[in-house]
Design a binder for this molecule. Structure first.
Ligand code: NAD
Length: 351
């Protein structure tokens, strides 16, 4: 299998690339512009593998995308490249529209040009998997779950840009027959996640005895999925999913943010004892504008149709993740010491 992965130097993309190269022996063309969120160190374990080729390119660059399709001649594309941090989208939405909407359009068109010149057998085999988020559905009333037929109601610049890209992928299937599939996944966590996102931020602040910021009352519910489970779901969908369909991916683990933070504190206290319980560091900060209250996925379709199910429990996944950050300071220290700034959470900026 020859595959183009976009965004393969990011959090989920790099986990996918490591899995496909190491465990599946697929030939991966990794296309990434290397924004602040990318880290080539996350690809260290595969960088010397002949089955992994890295293309530093912007998905908005049509000529570059055409050249990569001609060079690689892929059987499939898994498209993850995106601007992904909601807080950043609130402060500056332009990059989100550019990459997530315009970039997805450029990539779909490059894929269509390539695909339309294939012979019949190759055209039938080709897949374009568009990777998206459950945030496109907006917020849920207590006790409810998103299904594949939930109406779109994006409420942040990030989720609006992802919603637009989902519609483009679906339209390219309906209008041109390009064999697209879309997945909408819940919040991911795990090793190699950029330390501006909630779980690594809390782990590293707690480790350094810094405040643990929680938006508002912290009772917002997110449905957490361990990143390797997401990667296995994407692999299953690209191999066996039905074209023109969407699949929701979630771990059946809806949890309030404040509970997530307490779990992390307990895991850290157990793995790396400190004189004071880490939960004492929790501070509630002003809530994010338009902050959705509840996201929760009903993954019945992917479970029953494709036989995928999340394997990692939240408690086990958090312990593994905390241990990984304890063991891999070489990876996160340079990011922590300088790269990220500009978040609404002033607490993110190193003191
Ligand atoms: P990330 O921010 O860690 O990585 C994104 C990657 O895309 C980076 O390596 C970046 O350099 C690259 N990129 C950005 N703009 C680009 C451009 N114009 N051209 C080429 N490369 C570009 O993101 P992530 O958390 O790994 O998310 C990956 C995908 O999965 C995104 O599409 C996101 O919407 C989706 N998703 C994420 C989550 C989550 O919880 N992280 C949940 C559901 C869906």
């Amino acid at each position: 299998m020859k595959i183009i992965i976009t965004g393969g130097a990011g959090f989920i993309g790099s986990a996918l690339v490591r899995h496909l190269v190491r465990d599946r022996n697929w030939h991966v063309a990794n296309v990434d512009k290397l924004t602040y969120a990318a880290n080539v160190e996350s690809l260290k374990s595969v960088s010397r593998e002949p089955s992994h080729r890295f293309f530093p390119a912007d998905i908005c660059d049509a000529a570059a995308m055409d050249a990569i399709f001609s060079d690689v001649e892929p059987d499939a594309v898994i498209h993850l490249a995106a601007e992904t941090h909601v807080d950043r989208s609130i402060n500056g939405s332009a990059e989100f529209i550019k990459t997530n909407v315009v970039g997805t359009h450029v990539l779909l068109e490059a894929a269509r040009r390539y695909w339309s010149n294939l012979d019949d057998a190759a055209r039938n085999r080709f897949r374009f998997l568009h990777v998206s988020t459950d945030e496109v559905f907006g917020t849920l009333p207590p006790g409810n779950f998103f299904t594949e037929s939930t109406a779109y109601d994006p409420r942040s610049p990030y989720s609006a840009s992802k919603a637009a890209s989902d519609h483009l992928a679906n339209a390219w299937y309906s209008t041109y027959g390009l064999p697209t599939i879309t997945t909408n996944c819940s919040n991911n966590y795990g090793p190699y996640q950029f330390p501006e996102k909630l779980i690594p931020l809390i782990i590293l602040n707690a480790l350094e005895g810094k405040p643990l910021p929680i938006y508002g009352d912290g009772r917002q519910v997110r449905d957490w999925l361990y990143v390797d489970d997401h990667v296995k779901a994407l692999t299953r969908v690209v191999e066996h999913g039905r074209v023109g369909e969407t699949y929701n991916i979630g771990g059946r683990a809806p949890i309030e943010n404040v509970t997530v933070v307490r779990h992390i504190c307990e895991a850290l206290d157990a793995l790396c004892p400190s004189p004071r319980p880490r939960r004492d560091l929790i501070v509630h900060v002003e809530d994010r504008p338009g902050h959705d209250r509840r996201y929760a996925i009903d993954p019945t379709k992917i479970e029953s149709e494709l036989g995928w199910r999340a394997e990692q429990s939240f408690a086990a996944g958090i312990t593994t993740t905390v241990q990984w950050y304890l063991d891999n300071e070489w990876w996160w220290r340079p990011l922590r010491d300088g790269v990220y700034s500009g978040s609404r959470l002033g607490l993110l900026t190193p003191e």
